[in-house]
Design a protein around this ligand. Structure first.
Ligand code: PEP
Ligand code: MG
Length: 586
C-alpha cells in the first residue's frame, strides 16, 4: 500500500482500478496468469524481449550511420539493459513463482528499477530513469501488440493516473472514455490550474501535484482517490478500504442532505439576497447550474470550445453553444467571457497557421492580448455573442485587461463587429453590457479609471493571486505560497469593491476563492453581493449563507483584515466556518 498526498481539486471519494496514462497510454489488462500457462507466458516474454533487442540493435546501427556515434550510444545503452540477464531472470521468476502476467511482471520490475534511479542524489544517474521507462514501454508495446488499449477503447470504469493532463486533455477525458473515468490523479498541477478547474466541472474526484508516484504503479491495482483531502492510496489494505467506504458514505450523506437546498434562494440568515451564479466551461454544464438553483451564469469560459475540438470553431459553433446556455437561463444574466487562450490553455490546432503567435508563459501572449492580435478569431466570437444576446440577458466580458488602452481596443473591435452586423441586417443586441475581469494587479490599482468605462467587474482571484504573489498557479512546488487568504489579496479585494461602489459598477468574484466555503463569510463581509462559483459548490455555499448574518460577516471581514499572515487568516476563517456549519468541514 502506498499513500500519497497532493492537492485536492475536485471533491468526492472513489476507488477503482488504475489506468496509467503514459505517453503511450498502456493499460495492463491482466495481472495474473493461470499456473498451467506459466511456461507459455515466459515464452511470450522472451519473444518480446528478443524483438526489443533486435529493434534496439537496428536503431543503434541506423543512428550511428545517420546521426553519429553519440546517438548510437543511447540505443547501445538501452540494448545493454535489455540483455541484462538479471532483468530477464527477475521477470521470469515473477511469472513462474507468483503467476504474474509478463506485462505486469516487466512493468513491476522496470518500474522499481526506475524508482531506485529516480531517488539517487546523482543527477546523471537520476536521468537514466527515463531510459528504463523507455525500455518498459518497448517491452509492453511488444507484449500487448494489438491489445494495447487507449482511453477510447475502455469498456469498464478506471481511475486515470498520469504525470500531467493538459486542460484540453482533461476536458476530453469523459468524451474519449465514454464516461468510464471515475476520477484522476496527476504528479504535477497546482491548486487553481485549469486542469483542476476542469476536474471540478466534470464533477469527478481529483488530486493533483502528488509528485513522483507513477513508477510505483503498474496499472490495474486498486486506487482510492480522496478528492476532499487530497489523498491517493495505491493498493489499499483491507482496513484502509473499509475506512474508504466509510468516508465515501459520509460524503454521500452530506451531498444528499444538501440536495434539499437546490431549489431554495441563496440568502443570508437575515434575508439579504446574495446572488450565486455558476462558472461553466461547457454548455452542458448549464444543467448542473439550473438543477442547483443558480442565479445565472457569471463566467462562461468559452475557450473550452477550442480545447475540445481539433478544428477551429466557426461562428455557428460559437452561436449554437451560446444559445444552448441562454436557453437554460432566458431571464437571468449569462456572462460570456471572450477567449482566454494561451498559457496552459492551448488549442490542439493552434500554431498550425504561420500567422499564429506562439502561446507561452502566463506573462506572455495570452487571453485578450492574443485575441487582439488575431482579429478574425476575435470577431468571429464577438459576432456570435452579439447574436445570441438577442435571446436573453447576455453580457460580454474581456479577460486579463491590464490597461485602458487594451480595454478601449477591445471595445472598438466590439463596435466594429456591431457595424458589420448592422450592415448585413443580422439581428444583434446593441446595448449589451460590457464588463472586464479584474485579475491583474494593474487593473486593481486603476479600478476607478476602469470603472468609468465598463458596466461590471468580475474579480478573477486565480490569476490575481498568481500575479500579485508571483506564484505560478499550476506549479505544485509553490502551492503552499498560493493563498486566497493572503493579506495583500484581501486588501486588493476591498479596494475593487470600494471602487465599484464609488462608480455604481457591479462587482462579482468568479475565481475559485468564491467556491470555497471558508471564504464566503469574508467575501460577503467585504460587501460582495454576487459571486460566480463552480456548480458543485452551489449547495454548500447556500448552506453557509443561510447560517450567517450580514453583521457577522462584516465582523469576520473586519477581523480578517487586521491579520498579518495568510495562514492566520485561513485558520481564523476555518474556525468561524466550523462553528457555523460543523457538518461542512469534511
Ligand atoms: C481567474 O483567473 O480567477 C479566472 C476566473 O479565470 P481563469 O481561471 O479562467 O483564468
Ligand atoms: Mg483568469
Amino acid at each position: 500500500m502506498l499513500i500519497k498526498r497532493g492537492i485536492a481539486v475536485s471533491p468526492g471519494v472513489i476507488a477503482g482500478p488504475a489506468l496509467v496514462l503514459g505517453s503511450e497510454d498502456f493499460r495492463i489488462p491482466n495481472h495474473f496468469v493461470s499456473v498451467d500457462a506459466v511456461e507459455t507466458e515466459v515464452g511470450r516474454f522472451r519473444t518480446a524481449l528478443d524483438a526489443v533487442a533486435r529493434e534496439l540493435g537496428d536503431n543503434e546501427q541506423l543512428a550511428g550511420e545517420q546521426l553519429g556515434k553519440q546517438y548510437a550510444q543511447i540505443f547501445a545503452a538501452h540494448l545493454e539493459m535489455a540483455r541484462d540477464p538479471g532483468l530477464s531472470s527477475e521477470v521470469e521468476n515473477l511469472i513462474r513463482k507468483r503467476c504474474y502476467s509478463p506485462e505486469f511482471a516487466s512493468s513491476y520490475v522496470l518500474g522499481r528499477r526506475a524508482k531506485v534511479l529516480q531517488n539517487l542524489d546523482n543527477h546523471f544517474l537520476r536521468e537514466r530513469a527515463a531510459d528504463v521507462f523507455d525500455l518498459k514501454k518497448r517491452i509492453l508495446s511488444h507484449l500487448l501488440g494489438e491489445r494495447r488499449e487507449e482511453l477510447a477503447h475502455l469498456t469498464a470504469p478506471v481511475i486515470v493516473l498520469a504525470h500531467n493532463l493538459t486542460p484540453g486533455e482533461t476536458a476530453r477525458l469523459n468524451r474519449d472514455s465514454n464516461h468510464f473515468v471515475l476520477g484522476f490523479a496527476t504528479e504535477v498541477g497546482g491548486p487553481t490550474s485549469h486542469t483542476a478547474i476542469i476536474a471540478g466541472a466534470l464533477e469527478i474526484p481529483a488530486v493533483v501535484g502528488l509528485g513522483n508516484f507513477l513508477s510505483d504503479v503498474s496499472g490495474g491495482e486498486t486506487v482510492i482517490i480522496d478528492g476532499n483531502h487530497g489523498e491517493v492510496i495505491i493498493d489499499p489494505d483491507e482496513e484502509t478500504l473499509a475506512r474508504f467506504r466509510d468516508s465515501e458514505a459520509r460524503f454521500r450523506t452530506v451531498v444528499e442532505r444538501l440536495e434539499s437546498l437546490y431549489t431554495l434562494e441563496s440568502k443570508s440568515r437575515d434575508g439579504t439576497r446574495i446572488f450565486l451564479m455558476g462558472n461553466i466551461e461547457f454548455p452542458e454544464e448549464v444543467d448542473h447550474c439550473t438543477q442547483r438553483g443558480a442565479d445565472g451564469i457569471g463566467l462562461y469560459r468559452t475557450e473550452f470550445l477550442y480545447l475540445q475540438t481539433r478544428r477551429e470553431p466557426t461562428e455557428k459553433d460559437h452561436y449554437n453553444a451560446y444559445r444552448r446556455v441562454v436557453a437554460a437561463f432566458p431571464d437571468k444574466p449569462v456572462v460570456i467571457r471572450t477567449l482566454d487562450l494561451g498559457a496552459d490553455k492551448v488549442a490542439p490546432f493552434y500554431g498550425r497557421r504561420t500567422r499564429d503567435p506562439e502561446p507561452g508563459s502566463v506573462l506572455g501572449l495570452r487571453s485578450i492580448r492574443l485575441s487582439l492580435k488575431n482579429l478574425p478569431l476575435f470577431k468571429t466570437q464577438l459576432r456570435a455573442i452579439l447574436r445570441a444576446a438577442v435571446e436573453g440577458d447576455v453580457r460580454v466580458m474581456f479577460p486579463l485587461i491590464s490597461s485602458l488602452m487594451e480595454l478601449r481596443h477591445a471595445r472598438m473591435v466590439l463596435s466594429d463587429v456591431m457595424e458589420d452586423l448592422e450592415e448585413q441586417g443580422i439581428p444583434f443586441k446593441r446595448d449589451i453590457q460590457v464588463g472586464m475581469m479584474v485579475e491583474v494587479p494593474a487593473a486593481v490599482v486603476l479600478a476607478d479609471d476602469f470603472a468609468r468605462e465598463v458596466d461590471f467587474f468580475s474579480i478573477g482571484t486565480n490569476d490575481l493571486i498568481q500575479y500579485t504573489l508571483a506564484v505560478d498557479r499550476s506549479d505544485p512546488a509553490v502551492a503552499s505560497l498560493y493563498s486566497s487568504g493572503d493579506p495583500a489579496i484581501l486588501r486588493l479585494l476591498r479596494s475593487v469593491v470600494e471602487a465599484g461602489r464609488r462608480h455604481d459598477v457591479a462587482v462579482t468574484v468568479c475565481g475559485q476563492m468564491s467556491s470555497e466555503p471558508i471564504y464566503l463569510p469574508l467575501l460577503v463581509g467585504l460587501g460582495l453581493r454576487q459571486l460566480s462559483v463552480t456548480p458543485h459548490a452551489l449547495p454548500e455555499l447556500k448552506e453557509v449563507l443561510r447560517n450567517i448574518t450580514i453583521e457577522h460577516a462584516e465582523q469576520i471581514a473586519a477581523h480578517a483584515l487586521t491579520l498579518e499572515l495568510a495562514r492566520d487568516v485561513e485558520s481564523f476563517l476555518r474556525g468561524e466556518l466550523r462553528r457555523m456549519c460543523p457538518d461542512l468541514v469534511l
